[in-house]
Design a protein around this ligand. Structure first.
Ligand SMILES: [Fe+2]
Length: 214
């Protein structure tokens, strides 16, 4: 007799976190960010300064992002240690530019902040389940895609939203098909606090070292 009943259960899941921090961003700060000095990146433009959250003009954004990181550490990761921003920068994707696939080294959680109006249609962030070389590519049939086999997931940014994701996740940004630039802030984080256990000889204390922007 053919089997008609079966059960599949998820073992683990990958979070993408989102929170709106519109209350912490003023029109002046939007202009300040848009006017930062930019340099050529591979496909888009990146701010020359890669520690923008150290600018006193952006203190309220830094504070709101840390509030979001505290929620993430406590509620999503379920830990007492705290996440803090390491490097932070702005990106501009002009019309016809996207961003190549990449992940973020030396970071625990990475984030994007869409600090100003976004073009329409919004170029999405695409997350790729595969983190590297695939000796055997098993592409699921489109009609039979599900959370277990999907190779890609689409996240659509929204104005003033912070989006957090695991730094090791491969992601890229779709080509900007509009006539308007797509502005974003990106940042990396690390974790600080005490880990492990003294008697288990697994104890570790991590305290941030202030890195001066070059
Ligand atoms: Fe990224």
């Amino acid at each position: 007799m053919a089997i008609s009943e079966y059960k599949v259960e998820p073992l683990f899941a990958e979070p993408v976190f989102r929170a709106n921090i519109g209350h912490a961003i003023s029109a002046e700060q939007e202009e300040y960010l848009k006017n930062l000095k930019m340099v050529e990146n591979r496909d888009n433009l990146i701010s020359e300064d890669l520690y923008i959250f150290e600018h006193p003009e952006l203190a309220s954004l830094k504070e709101a992002v840390h509030e979001v990181l505290d929620i993430y550490a406590s509620e999503v990761m379920g830990i007492d240690q705290r996440l803090y921003v390491t490097q932070s920068w702005t990106l501009i994707n002009h019309p016809n530019s996207g961003m190549h696939g990449h992940s973020h080294s030396n970071s625990v959680i990475s984030g994007s902040l869409y600090y100003t109006k976004l073009p329409d249609p919004i170029p999405n962030m695409i997350f790729d389940k595969n983190r590297g070389y695939q000796q055997l590519e098993m592409t699921p049939d489109r009609k039979r895609q599900n959370i277990y086999n999907t190779p890609l997931n689409v996240v659509t940014p929204a104005e003033k939203d912070v989006i957090l994701f695991s730094s090791g996740l491969q992601h890229y940004v779709e080509q900007n098909t509009t006539s308007e630039p797509r502005y974003a802030i990106a940042f990396n984080t690390f974790i600080k606090g005490k880990f492990g256990n003294y008697r288990d000889v697994s104890e570790l204390a991590i305290a941030p070292t202030k890195v001066k922007a070059p």
